[in-house]
Design a protein around this ligand. Structure first.
Ligand code: NAP
Ligand code: MG
Length: 404
């Protein structure tokens, strides 16, 4: 078979530790034999970030703005221990944080569902995608301890010096107080990213806040979503046969538990933080969870939801066999290849990516999997494969699918 051609390059961001090892194996076994892989390569491995004073992360984010689609390997976010381990000039910021700030995006996390790895919630049949707003609220709050009786107020001072005041509380004794904010621009970007992603993946979009209690703050979120939906997306959703649904956060939580999945759940920052951990652990494993950053302008950056799997890497360095799950990293590639293919109207590329996803799922469903899944599967007598054996097994399955 002839290799599939790619029109526009994909932005490729290499990373660290065990996932960097998997990255190369995936390219060698699952991509290069089948594709004329066309990427613009950025090495975001910590050593190279350090050598370039982190300029490479900025260049990679700019390239994503230029080409529109990127795929990223997990990377180390430096801490004190990494400063010594890698002889760093500075404690470089999290690459994900830098990229998110430059693309102003929303992160969507979705589980990869396979038979044999059943969600704890038995009626969940389809994935639930969490879209988390990544700006403001309690994460940028100012807090105070109130030591004794006294009046606490919110004060807004306009540029002309005029003041607006609201009483928070007239304290009669000790207490605590917290001031939160958000920006209408950021909420608008969040809403647009969610509506675009729903259209893209043809899934309903749910959004929920506590607007009955928070009549100005949360209500603004609700209003902005509704205004943007009515003005720009109502018709598009109708055409795509999907729905935008707003409800109270308590009602949303209750409905999620009883649903069969298959929708996107947009969450305010705190709700998304908490609920994404609930949803991902209920679906089985972080190693079966993909993550994509979608900017309001329609730039996409795909990655795995897990980190660099440091403990496995140290075993690998000692020459020990590892059994690290590469599925989320493979799906980061297939997600990016599919999106690139759609944008370039390159059907062959989209088909290839879909078949590669099927090959991963079929391999696991046939009972061959990495250790993390073997520990939780409902399939009997699973065969535990090493990191490279699993990728080779996926290749054999893929070759079978492509021939049939
Ligand atoms: P981690 O890499 O996600 O791994 C935590 C543990 O989860 C592993 O030790 C392993 O458990 C299990 N695990 C995660 N992914 C797995 C996979 N693909 N296959 C099998 N098991 C898997 O998190 P971490 O150890 O807290 O962080 C390591 C580094 O990753 C840190 O430097 C952190 O900064 C970075 N990180 C990067 C990203 C990103 O780039 N998006 C995200 C998170 C963390 P067992 O050891 O029990 O087998
Ligand atoms: Mg959390």
């Amino acid at each position: 078979m002839e290799k599939i051609k790619m029109i526009t390059p994909l932005v490729e961001m290499d990373g660290d530790e065990m996932t960097r090892i998997l990255w190369q194996l995936i390219k060698d076994e699952l991509l290069l034999p089948f594709l004329e892989l066309n990427t613009e390569y950025y090495d975001l491995g910590l050593e190279h970030r350090n050598e370039t004073d982190d300029q490479v992360t900025i260049d990679a984010a700019n390239a994503t703005k230029k080409y529109g689609v990127a795929v990223k390997c997990a990377t180390i976010t430096p801490n004190a221990a990494r400063m010594t381990e890698y002889h760093l000039k500075e404690m470089w910021k999290s690459p994900n944080g830098t990229i998110r700030a430059m693309l102003d995006g929303t992160v969507f996390r979705a589980p990869i569902v396979v038979n044999g790895i059943e969600p704890c919630v038995k009626n969940w049949k389809k994935p639930i995608t969490i879209a988390r707003h990544a700006y403001g609220d309690v994460y940028k709050a100012t807090e105070m301890k109130i030591p004794k009786a006294g009046k606490c107020e919110l004060v807004y001072t306009a540029l002309d010096g005029s003041e607006t005041r609201e009483l928070i509380h007239d304290f009669s004794g000790e207490g605590i107080v917290q001031g939160q904010h958000n920006l209408c621009n950021s909420i608008e970007s969040f809403a647009k990213s969610c509506f675009n992603y729903a259209l893209d993946t043809k899934q309903d979009l749910w959004f929920a806040t506590k607007d009955t209690i928070s009549k100005k703050y949360d209500h603004t979120f609700k209003d902005i979503f509704q205004e943007i939906f009515d003005a720009e997306y109502k018709e598009k959703f109708k055409k795509a046969g999907i729905e935008y649904f707003y409800t109270l956060i308590d009602d949303a939580v209750a409905r999620v538990m009883k649903s069969e999945g298959g929708y996107i759940w947009a969450c305010k920052n705190y709700d998304g933080d908490v609920m994404s951990d609930m949803v991902s652990s209920a679906f089985g494993s972080l190693a079966m969870m993909t993550s994509v950053l979608v900017s309001p302008e329609g730039y996409y950056e795909y990655e795995a939801a897990h980190g660099t799997v440091q403990r496995h890497y140290y075993n690998h360095l000692k020459g020990q066999e590892t059994s690290t799950n590469s599925v989320a990293t493979i799906f980061a590639w297939t997600g990016a290849l599919k999106k690139r293919g759609e944008l370039d109207q390159n059907k062959e590329l989209v088909d290839f990516a879909q078949k590669l996803e099927e090959a991963c799922i079929q391999t696991i469903e046939s009972g061959r999997m990495t250790k993390d899944l073997a520990l939780i599967t409902s399939l009997e007598n699973p065969v535990v494969l090493s990191s490279s054996e699993f990728i080779k097994a996926v290749r054999t399955t893929l070759e079978g699918i492509r021939k049939s």
